[in-house]
Ligand binder design. Structure first.
Ligand code: ZN
Ligand code: ZN
Ligand code: FE
Length: 756
């Protein structure tokens, strides 16, 4: 007779893990119990050795689809003589280490019932089971139990309760379990919030509004979507005008793969991403000139499939794809509450579909793309948050990392895990700061987390830096932006050896106070050295240059040809009036409002401008996305560059590169030759630094062909090379690197305290 105590940690609550344990133990004739506690799942089994061994084996091999075991501790105990195997009620004490589960997309069983006229949940917008449905957005506290969710106000009818109580049922302990008799309901209102229809009638009226060319706001899982017919160019333009978003692509939801394939051309890997449980927005290629207004000027589109029952009802009833974009004004946090929606979204739409299942936390859709043969997160939010990044060792302290300024996410690190927040967004508005504070307070409360150290970016004017500096009594440390990018990659892959870090992005604050972004760093967990960097250019007009590729291009022309460039017949020159050009030349020469910037992103801008692709952007990284579209597999040569010793490390001089680009008769091939040059530079840099491991990070590595070529080239040269996949390489992933640094810091000399 053997009695074994097992402590299982990971994503094991609310995923049908306990009933799975129960069924397995019963089938093997073992006695004991299983229970949830805040730290995970506790199991005791008693029986003969052979059966206990089989139990352990099946626990690992037949784990339910949504469960992930990250830790596993066993202890042998003296036999207790249990009479049966049972599921015990949850205990509420103990350390808060249980994983807060992500929202799950609707499973195939529930989708089938939704469409079955004989099912009691036929066309019920809140159908779910243990294998699917919301979690992250409705959990108020841990452990995960109905009384700790926003479903606590709904009392289950006897029928639902019976399902909930039966270990063999698919809805056993499905916390959001509900039906039309006892659960939440939908209703439609006009733009002033006056109800016009309820239930099925509301859905019908909603469909009529969309089909008639209207714009609707729909309360979803993690917030509101603004929805309209994706094939109606007029309504899409109208949505742009109302939302204040002139050209930035909208995500499009398709009914199924069949409909999606008529508009787009996904490959097998992209289809797998579209169908993955997390149901992210996937960046894929459009077919021909279809859906032009949705992503103007681009050949790609953000596509996704229905992930909630309500989405199925909408897409089933329309026979055409819909734009489904975050319900907010440009760059503000996504709206989640009914009253807030009427006030903020009412003016943007013709009708609102509301419901009475409260959303506890905002959570935007995630965005992914296929890069270098793997899935790369571009925005890590719904479906992925808040699964932790698990490290192969323990952090030395509890650390809060506040992230960057654009695409903000923050992170908390404790024990051997780092939990990243959902996508918070750009920190430019008071609303964003409020969202940041709301989400931060919420995550800390949930995990009963108090940081011993706060890590923030080195940039003195980031909103997050100011926030960190204002925290009373907190020890804090500033971390250089590009070093944080590389640390993020190291954390993701569990690296702590010295690496070569290639961090290429838009801009970040450099250790010398200038703007960096074309960095090759020699770094490890405690320090970083600037080994190579790009030749800086003068950003004409400072921040304004970031939105105007013609400014980076003109600055490069000034550098190459001086005053002569004012008369050149080139797109960035003619894009300015002669008087403007003269002012910019003076500014460049006198170094007025023209800070130095050594960023790879600005070189992308310059190339996009010089090749006539775009002169003024309306959204971040527009030029880079257009360049990526131009990539041509048949162009394999590259331009020339030089690497020269500089004050700090070596400088990568791009002057010959741009001279050759300007002389290039094959304008169509120029963007690809530019990318190929960056691949050669990356290889050269890795060889010079000479470390076996190379980490790639920064927003530039979202460029799929560039990232894939650098990976291949460095692997062929014998390097072990890593890029970011589970966490964005853009500033959305900074907080992971910051938390890793702060959590592993040995030498705390750099740490300051409020008042120092
Ligand atoms: Zn289900
Ligand atoms: Zn019910
Ligand atoms: Fe960055």
């Amino acid at each position: 007779m053997v009695r074994l105590k097992l402590h299982v940690k990971g994503a094991v609550q609310g995923v049908g893990f306990r009933p799975f344990v129960y069924r397995t133990a019963r089938r093997l004739g073992l006695n004991g119990f299983v229970s949830n506690n805040p730290a995970g799942v506790l199991i005791e089994v008693e029986g003969d050795q052979e059966r206990v061994d089989r139990f352990l084996h099946e626990l690992q091999s037949d784990t339910p689809p949504l469960a992930t075991i990250t830790h596993w501790e066993t202890a042998r105990l003296a036999a207790a003589g249990y009479g049966e195997f049972e599921i015990q009620p949850s205990a509420a004490d103990g350390a808060r280490a249980a994983v807060l589960l992500p929202d799950m997309s609707i499973c195939t069983d529930c989708a089938r019932e939704l469409r079955d006229p004989r099912d009691r949940r036929y066309r019920y917008p809140f159908i779910n089971c243990t294998n699917c449905g919301p979690r992250f957005t409705l959990i108020e506290g841990l452990p995960y139990d109905r009384r700790h969710t926003t479903m606590k106000g709904f009392r289950m009818c006897p029928h639902c309760q019976a399902e909930y109580d039966a270990p063999a049922d698919r809805r056993y302990h499905a916390q959001p379990n509900a039906c039309p008799r006892c659960g939440p309901a939908v209703w439609l209102t006009d733009m002033a919030g006056i109800p016009t229809a309820r239930g099925e009638a509301a859905v019908r009226e909603l469909l009529d509004t969309i089909a008639g060319g209207g714009i609707v706001a729909v309360k979803g899982v993690g917030g509101f979507h603004l929805i309209c017919d994706a094939t109606g160019e007029d309504v899409v333009r109208q949505l742009r005008a109302r939302k204040g978003r002139s050209a930035k692509p909208f995500a499009v939801m398709f009914r199924d793969l069949r409909q999606l394939r008529t508009f787009t051309a996904p490959d097998a890997a992209e289809e797998a991403l579209l169908l993955s449980q997390e149901r992210p927005v996937v960046l894929i290629r459009k077919k021909g000139r279809l859906l032009r207004a949705v992503s103007p000027g681009l050949q790609t589109i953000g596509a996704f499939l229905p992930y909630s029952p309500l989405h199925h009802l909408i897409l089933d009833g329309l026979h055409r794809p819909v734009v489904a974009t975050s319900g907010n004004l440009s760059e503000e946090p996504i709206v989640k509450d009914n009253e807030e929606a009427v006030v903020r979204l009412g003016p943007l739409c013709d009708a609102l579909l509301l419901h009475d299942r409260p959303i506890h936390r905002r959570c935007d859709d995630s965005v992914v793309k296929q890069v270098g043969g793997a899935r790369q997160l571009i925005r890590r939010s719904r479906g992925y948050v808040s699964l932790p990044v698990v490290l192969p060792w323990r952090l030395k302290r509890r650390v809060l990392a506040v992230g960057g300024h654009l695409k903000n996410s923050f992170a908390i690190g404790f024990e051997d895990q780092i939990v990243l927040s959902q996508h918070i967004g750009d920190m430019d508005s008071p609303e964003s700061l409020a969202h940041f504070e709301e989400a931060l307070g919420d995550l800390c409360a949930l995990y009963q987390f108090k940081p011993e150290l706060i890590v923030h970016d080195l940039h003195p004017r980031y909103e997050t830096t100011r926030w960190a500096q204002a925290q009373i009594g907190g020890a804090r440390v500033a971390l250089q932006h590009h070093y944080a990018h590389i640390l993020s990659c190291m954390a993701e892959h569990g690296l702590q050896e010295p690496v070569t870090g290639i961090a290429w992005d838009g801009t970040g604050y450099g250790a010398d106070g200038s703007l960096w972004g074309g960095e090759v760093l020699a770094c490890d967990l405690s320090q970083s050295e600037r080994a190579l960097h790009l030749r800086p250019l003068r950003l004409l007009g400072g921040e304004r240059a970031v939105r105007e590729p013609r400014r980076a291009a003109l600055s490069i022309l000034f550098d190459l040809f001086g005053e002569e460039s004012l008369e050149m017949d080139l797109p960035p020159v003619t894009a300015f009036a002669p008087a403007e050009r003269a002012v910019l030349w003076t500014a460049w020469r006198r170094q007025l409002h023209a800070p130095l910037c050594a960023s790879a992103g600005r070189l992308f801008d310059a190339v996009a401008s010089l090749t006539g692709l775009i002169q003024v952007c309306t959204y971040e990284a527009q030029a880079a996305m257009m360049l990526e579209d131009c990539y041509d597999l048949d162009v394999t040569d590259h331009y020339t560059y030089a690497i020269e010793p500089a004050q700090d490390g070596h400088e990568i001089d791009w002057r010959t590169l741009f001279r050759e680009l300007l002389d290039d008769k094959d304008r169509g091939g120029a963007p690809t030759r530019f990318l190929n040059t960056l691949v050669a530079i990356a290889h050269d840099a890795a060889v010079r630094v000479g470390r076996e491991v190379v980490c790639l990070s920064g927003g530039v590595f979202q460029n799929a062909p560039l990232c894939a070529m650098v990976l291949q080239r460095l692997k062929e040269a014998g390097f072990r090379v890593y890029h970011q996949r589970a966490v964005p390489p853009n500033d959305g992933g900074l907080s992971l690197g910051q938390a890793y640094y702060g959590g592993m810091l040995e030498n705390t000399d750099m740490v300051t305290r409020k008042g120092d």
